[in-house]
Design a protein around this ligand. Structure first.
Ligand SMILES: [Mn+2]
Length: 375
């Protein structure tokens, strides 16, 4: 069983294995997997054809409770969200479904690579701890520095996935901050100006947990003369939604200073669901918003695809559409958040079931309850 303690040095332990190996190909597998007949041949064949391929098998599911092997339902072609979570991505396995498919990123623990090529491209980031984020780091780096990631539908490896109880911390503690740190390292080194999309969508690291030395990874990127992240987005993930951002893009929490109340989705994520304000917590998440060039206020936590919407007497979230007048806001120099109907958002200390504060819509006036600061 995986425990946080035993996975403490995952990146380093895996690199130990690579350094001690004199095999031409290195295959990483978790301990809780089961390979199937014929799994390895297509992997080795593909790398023999071109050593720049980093190859992932089709990862099937082994039941955590019943140990039953189930084909499918696991991981194949893998993309990413703007919180650097794993997201499915369109797979092109050819007309009969058997051909290798390009994959934007890969599961961080089950893949194969030419050993020398893997070391040349920098292996695992040795500063990463535990798990999470390495699948993006290796994915971005492999593509940007001259290789690619391929998913092989005809190679099958079963994997015991954690049940929700594990992810909710009911079995052992999930080290959320360490995972976040790994992801923020990835963003800092590889994502160029797009890193802010990840930063708005993620909780900032606590002061007690520094991001660590980024310089060796930046030097690696320089040495390998890797392409930039814009190239990656255009070439590898043309179907991924990319919010438009510029150095002028404003984002973060919108804070009412009198009440120390911040605009907050309160967990709402469905079109028309009410949002409100809540004591500012400084953790982004439900309190992060980004003002785009069209005057939309996007919600990073909802993939930047949902926007703040004016519903006459209350405020909700709705799918972002530039033509939808309900979604247009202006944040003027008087710090008002003004809707296209000319009304303004204001905070009051009236408690509701979901918050000690209430978000109201009122006639715009020179009043501190209607002043919101980016923070
Ligand atoms: Mn695993």
């Amino acid at each position: 069983m995986e425990t946080a303690e035993r996975e403490e040095a995952t990146a380093e332990a895996r690199m130990e294995g690579v350094w001690r190996s004199d095999a031409p190909v290195t295959i990483f597998l978790d301990s809780h997997i089961e390979a199937t007949r014929g799994w390895i041949e297509p992997i080795l064949a593909r790398i023999a054809e071109d050593k720049r391929h980093v190859v992932v098998p089709s990862i099937d599911t082994i039941g955590a409770e019943d140990m039953v092997y189930r084909v499918g339902g696991g991981l194949g072609v893998l993309g990413f969200s703007w919180t650097l979570g794993q997201d499915p991505y369109m797979a092109d396995t050819g007309p009969d479904g058997s051909h290798p498919a390009k994959s934007p990123v890969m599961a961080g623990g089950l893949f194969a690579s030419d050993t020398r090529e893997f070391l040349r491209l920098g292996g695992y980031d040795p500063e990463m701890r535990l798990y999470g984020g390495e699948e993006m780091e290796i994915g971005f780096r492999t593509w940007m520095c001259g290789g690619d990631i391929e998913y092989l539908p005809c190679s099958h490896v079963g994997h015991i996935f954690r049940t929700p109880a594990y992810w909710k911390g009911q079995v052992y503690k999930v080290p959320g901050e360490e995972i976040s740190r790994n992801k923020l390292r990835t963003a800092e080194v590889w994502m160029d100006e797009y890193k802010s999309l990840v930063q708005f969508a993620s909780s900032p690291l606590p002061a007690s947990l520094p991001i660590g030395d980024l310089e060796p990874r930046r030097q690696l990127r320089q040495k390998l003369q890797c392409k930039d992240f814009r190239w990656y987005l255009q070439t590898v993930t043309p179907h991924l939604f990319v919010p438009k951002i510029s150095p002028q893009t404003k984002g973060g929490a919108l804070r009412n200073q009198v009440l120390d109340a911040c605009l907050d989705t309160l967990g709402s994520r469905l079109p028309g669901d009410t949002i409100g304000c809540y004591p500012c917590h400084g953790q982004h998440g439900t309190q992060a918003f980004v003002e785009d060039e069209s005057g939309l206020l996007r919600v990073p936590q909802l993939g930047y695809k949902m926007c703040l919407s004016m519903e006459n007497s209350f405020v909700s979230v709705r799918p972002c559409q530039e033509k939808d007048e309900r979604l247009k806001w202006s944040l003027d120099s008087n710090l008002h958040i003004r809707s296209s109907q000319g009304t303004c958002l204001q905070a009051s200390d009236q408690a509701s079931t979901r918050s000690p504060f209430t978000l109201n819509v009122g006639t715009c006036q020179d009043d501190k309850s209607q002043e919101w600061h980016w923070s």
